[in-house]
Design a binder for this molecule. Sequence first.
Ligand SMILES: C[S@@+](CC[C@H](N)C(=O)[O-])C[C@H]1O[C@@H](n2cnc3c(N)ncnc32)[C@H](O)[C@@H]1O
Length: 204
Amino acid sequence: MSYNFLDKIYKSNSYSTSKELYQKWAPSYDDELTENKYVTPLRCAQILSYYIKNKNIKILDIGCGTGLSGFALKKIGFKSIDGLDLSEEMLKIAEQKKIYQSLFNLDLNNPTDFNHNYDAIIAAGVISPTHANPDTILSSYSILKEKGLMIFSINDHALNDSLFFSSINKTIQYSNFILLDQIYGDHIKELNIKSSIFVLQKSN
Ligand SMILES: C[S@@+](CC[C@H](N)C(=O)[O-])C[C@H]1O[C@@H](n2cnc3c(N)ncnc32)[C@H](O)[C@@H]1O
């Protein structure tokens, strides 16, 4: 089983190293993740469809990468999906798939004026040490409609990082989000890594 970049990304200890790794990883990302049975995107999409039956809602896939998460949303039947990512190379692959209506090249750690009104935000594999920081949860609040959902995964590496995980919990606690659910399950099956998927709802 190959886990060339997966191994490197989990060992990466800085945001800039991770950013460089994704630029190089882009052409082989889908193959490596598919081979290792990465299931978090499908779990996020299934959870969203459990909470929202209307498949025409407007969704923003943050840290969309090459589009595996958008692909999972589309497979479940969602039709209106935008994507956002830091890495131009990952976005180039996503664009070729024609899943997303709009793609944005932005850094979640540098919030800008992003004036949108989404029904749901999905963040699969992006809120993590050396990736997008926990404040991403707060910045998501302002671009969601009333009662909108923010669904994000936190993998075992991040769950076991006590500083990072306590920051996630504090951010949720002090936000205006209501925590609807937290579901632990498979993340990358071949590596026996799991993730918790959080479901937050905008309260007003
Ligand atoms: C593990 S991949 C997940 C991609 C996709 N969601 C999936 O499930 O396959 C993490 C993605 O988050 C992006 N990313 C990491 N930090 C980010 C940040 N601060 N702002 C925006 N995107 C970021 C990376 O470029 C990469 O494409």
